[in-house]
Design a protein around this ligand. Sequence first.
Ligand code: HAS
Length: 545
Amino acid sequence: IEKPDARLSIGFIYIAFIALFLGGLMGLLQTLVRSGEFTLPFGIGYYQILTAHGVLLGLVLTTYFIIGFQYTLMSKSVGMSEKQRKWAWISFTMMVIGTLMSGTMILLGKANVLYTFYAPLQAHPIFYIGLALFVVGTWISCFVNFSQLRQWKKKYPGEKSPLMAFMVVINMLIWLISTLGVAATVVLQYIPWSLGMVEEIDILVSRTLFWYFGHPLVYFWLLPAYMAWYTIIPKIIGGKIFSDSLARLAFILFLLFSIPVGFHHQLTEPGIDPFWKYIQVVLTFMVTIPSLITAFSMFATFEMTGRKKGYTGLFRWLKGLPWKDVRFLAPFIGMVAFIPGGAGGLINASNQLNGVIHNTIWVTGHFHLTVATTVVLTFFGISYWLIPVLTGRKLTKQINKLGIIQTFIWAVGMTIMSGSMHIEGLLGAPRRSAFSNYGGTQQAQEWVGYQIAQAIGGSILFIGILLMVYIFIKLAFRTPKGEEEFPVAEYADPTERTPKVFENWRLWIGIAAVLILIAYTIPFIDIIQNAPPGSPGFKWPIGNT
Ligand code: HAS
């Protein structure tokens, strides 16, 4: 890709790795505090570091890595004009200013509101204003990506868009549609409330608007990993893309079903009619289908590649995969983690089982498998070739070896930490709480061993983070100059005809909008109209004054 495009992407990736280091440090401190063996110095609060950990890793690392990576995919597949690049830098600048504003408030202890930041927790207005600026910055990137594909389409009328660009546009559509919810709650509820312009805030409205965004957010994290699985991994293993149509279908299903499902985070909340929770749970099970399609496609690609290399038998073809290549190994371990991670998601989404795990540390275990292993290990896997491509360097054998060690450290640390979180959650331990012996109750005694295991897992993971940051510095500034391969896979069947309807954007955006309206309109009106008398009312600027 062109040098100015590389500079843009690496700008985003730098911020992502700074966030990885700082956020990882906060994570280490947090598991140590929860073990009961360590107290934070200088009056630093538990919720201050928990917020910093969640925001830095869940929001900053992910968003910056994703947008930077997606720009690279767009530059490679459809190109970027001067004007688009200028707007992309404007987007970057706004995001950075917003991040610095919100981040400063967190560090000052004036925004101890966790990464989900919904009411009744309240932060300093600058935290919310920074957040709004950050979101608007990301919207500019959405429109830059849309215009990149539109420009390509104009140049090649009637041709099928490149798969990478198609996937990026879907992901940015999900982001754009879902962040409308979070922007609404920040601008209409939190900013006026935190500035003291209104005294009250409707908590259920704020949580509903948050989760309207919060669930699609997890797919915004996941889809770039899927982009790499579908379009890059086949090339790395010496294979080909199993099916273009199936890949596009999976992404379209995410666009349709990832948004109207936020209620599965609110199953225990009063004030939402159970019928609408039921509808959204059904839609949640629909959104697992594209992941099952992806699992099928990956297995198919792996098996076809192994057999092509001459390996036979039921599973002997696994031997044909390049286990010593970290560009494959790290994402592969991520895929394996998604088998229990996804199964945990199905448990969470089932109403009765949700009653067992909700607000326990099981949920924290779930998302450390999904986002912190499946997604993050794939992002690490991408970094081994992406950073040298962007900085004009080579991935050396030594870094490859260190990468393999890093992957194992991550897998071991996460198995210990996430595994003990799952079990401790089933024993009833709450999430998001500092260490307590709960008045010496018998039940809390049972949790202690698991909390120590989490501190051990967390410490191993921190070593993994330090090693990854070292690898990043090597790849960005130290390894020998050269041309690293940008792996782009070909199709197994180049004559495959992808249905034209897959590129009918109006149709898919229209269906997505209809599904959102069905899932949210009536319950939202209910929420606003039926606030019980005396409950903190939603008074301004919309609501039942
Ligand atoms: Fe989740 C809570 C349901 C997926 C992240 N989730 C969370 C939270 C986060 C999160 C951050 O229904 C906590 C939010 C908070 O702070 O409160 N989740 C699901 C469901 C799925 C799911 C149904 N989650 C994810 C992904 C995430 C993520 C992905 C991040 C990236 N989640 C929930 C629910 C809650 C929840 C409830 C609320 C709980 C509560 O009460 O608070 C599904 O999308 C999962 C579908 C996935 C599969 C797996 C497919 C497997 C694949 C791997 C194939 C492997 C291969 C390797 C090819 C069905 C694709 C080959 C291997 C060999 C061995 C050869």
